[in-house]
Design a protein around this ligand. Structure first.
Ligand SMILES: [Zn+2]
Length: 82
């Protein structure tokens, strides 16, 4: 499969869909145990503070609802250091 040029796709998930979303990913248990972390500030993601998810090099990055984190997520996707 040809590797696509990495696209910056940040998906925001509506609050009422969040638990279904995590269930679909098989991550609802991790979410319940606070093992899903914001990729920017490393706070545990909860149903309340979850804001967005993106995919970077096949890895899912989650983002909480702090504005600084949403910005941080975008710049983390643009600049490719890691
Ligand atoms: Zn955060």
């Amino acid at each position: 499969m040809a590797k696509e040029t990495e696209k910056v796709v940040i998906t925001t998930v509506h609050h009422r869909d969040v638990s279904a979303f995590f269930e679909a990913l098989g991550l609802s248990e991790k979410l319940a145990r606070a093992e899903v972390r914001c990729a920017v500030c490393a706070r545990p993601i909860t149903l309340e503070n979850f804001k967005a998810v993106t995919n970077k090099s096949g890895k899912l990055l989650f983002c909480c609802n702090q504005e600084a984190c949403m910005e941080g997520l975008s710049s983390c996707l643009m600049g490719d250091k890691a």
